[in-house]
Design a protein around this ligand. Structure first.
Ligand code: PLP
Length: 367
């Protein structure tokens, strides 16, 4: 959709990337780190001062004292951390429970390890997790359950009931958890992020993955980290050591400093909530109907009142004829389940959102 958006000069509300600038102070810190000569390989696990700062943050947010020496690894992005965690534990024939719609890297990353994704749909239209179905699909081959909260593409979040169900399902089994929490701070309306890090019994079987790109509006930095208990992290490091070995140094120096500023990440939820609301208010003037977004960069909208076309056809037409690119949610399902729903990214400047909605209104008026 991004290629099509570029071809037709459409406003791209498809791709999950902010179009506004990042914090200048953080940019200066990277420049300073480079000028100070921090341009050589870092420690394999990441710069110790950054790992220590992350450990402090995790204790502050989730009341979990993770060991920065043995339980945190800095990675070139969240996607890399996910791939590495999967590769660390999966053997051919293992099964992994994946909830659909799913972020695009999960399934190929499972399959490249010879393992089998066991696909469970979130229940439309609320996109709730069907824990009974998960229970049914657990088999002796189940090696892992993958979770993502706040969730891309639906904006759904895990709640206490989900955590209770998860605890119940994995108790007494050897099932691992991969919890993708790249949107941990992007959560709305006073809700709290249910990190797996809050639950010691769940954490002891988990890899929890994060992305600085999503926190500091610098997705192109591709810098993130994984937190896991020491025995799991040892396995993670065996893959990481011979894949990229370490993550770029100057960004780590800059982040070690900048992460101390709590206001930067604590304010992120409200900042993006305002964007969600701004966009949703404008969208009320169109025929698109919103689904609730509790977190992430995204909100789903149905176009049922507008067209009977498939999501892919409609999203293409909207890009070409209305000049607004979105992502068809069917793209997040292996079998292309089509509920006539599109994903909009609202992590954009107000002006971008306003122009995009004006284009949608003009398009509807012309039809
Ligand atoms: C659910 C989810 N996980 C992981 C990532 C990737 O993070 P990174 O850019 O740090 O690899 C994204 C990015 O869009 C995402 O939406």
């Amino acid at each position: 959709m991004s290629a099509l958006a570029a071809q037709y000069k459409a406003i791209n509300l498809g791709q999950g990337t902010p179009d506004f600038g990042m914090n200048e102070e953080l940019i200066d810190l990277v420049s300073k780190a480079m000028r100070d000569g921090h341009n050589q390989y870092s420690h394999r696990n990441g710069l110790l001062s950054l790992r220590e700062a992350i450990a402090e943050k995790v204790e502050f947010l989730y009341n979990n004292k993770v060991n920065p020496a043995t339980e945190i690894t800095i990675t070139p992005g969240g996607t890399y951390a996910i791939y590495t965690a999967l590769t660390a534990v999966l053997n051919p024939g293992d099964e992994v429970i994946v909830l659909e719609p799913a972020y695009d890297s999960y399934i190929p990353n499972i399959q490249v390890n010879g393992a089998i994704p066991v696909l469970i749909p979130l229940v439309y239209p609320d996109y709730k997790i069907d824990w009974d179905l998960i229970k049914e699909k657990i088999s002796p081959a189940t090696k892992m359950i993958m979770l993502n909260s706040p969730h891309n593409p639906t904006g759904r979040i895990l709640d206490e009931n989900d955590i209770a169900q998860l605890r119940n399902i994995v108790a007494g089994t050897g099932i691992f958890i991969l919890s993708d929490e790249v949107y941990e701070h992007i959560i709305f309306d006073g809700r709290k992020h249910e990190s797996i890090l809050k639950y010691p019994d769940l954490f002891q079987r988990s890899f929890v993955t994060f992305s600085f790109g999503k926190v500091y509006h610098c997705t192109g930095w591709k810098t993130g980290y994984c937190i896991a208990p020491e025995p799991l992290m040892n396995e993670f490091l065996k893959v990481h050591q011979y894949n990229c070995f370490c993550t770029n140094s100057p960004f780590q120096y800059a982040l070690a400093d900048f992460i101390q500023n709590k206001d930067q990440y604590l304010g992120l939820g409200n900042f993006l909530q305002d964007k969600r609301d701004y966009f949703q208010n404008l969208m009320e003037h169109t025929m698109f109907k919103p689904f609730p977004s509790y977190g992430s960069y995204f909100q789903l909208y149905t176009y049922k009142g507008l067209s009977n076309e498939s999501e892919i056809d409609f999203a293409k037409r909207l890009t070409i004829e209305a000049g607004v690119a979105t992502i068809p949610v069917s793209a997040f399902y292996q079998k292309g389940l089509d509920n006539k729903v599109l994903r909009f990214c609202f992590a954009k400047k107000e002006e971008t959102l306003k122009n995009a909605v004006e284009r949608l209104i003009n398009y509807e008026n012309k039809k």
